[in-house]
Design a protein around this ligand. Sequence first.
Ligand code: CU
Length: 146
Amino acid sequence: MYKCLVAAGLVAFAGPAWAAGCEQVVKSNDAMQFDVKNITVPRSCKKFTVKLEHTGKLPKAAMGHNWVLTREPDFQAVAKASASAGAAKNYVIDDPRVIAHTGLIGGGETTSVTFDVAKLTAGTSYTFFCSFPGHWAIMKGVLSLS
Ligand code: CU
């Protein structure tokens, strides 16, 4: 009986992707804004999920948004190279400096990405941004491991 309860507890801990605190909703809009500027990832999470919502009405081609994560020192170079990836690749370059990214969405759409928290190190500053051309200078924020 006791062993069964312990086993059940372990099973509950084995699904951290959707556990409280292991996900963050980020809203974006037609005014080229994220509603979140800082994200803290608890080190107790094995995986972390970012759900990106586009609360606007404009189509993807005009006001597309995504959520891309790099180390802070890599951010500008990756962001500047993003346009060359093109719309077909959601403006995300195929590059190891990209730690995680969502798809590109338009108004009314939602997307998400789940990544391994083991990819992050404490004391390192990470930048998340939208890589749609012209957006990354404004649509960005800071992510860190707690
Ligand atoms: Cu955008």
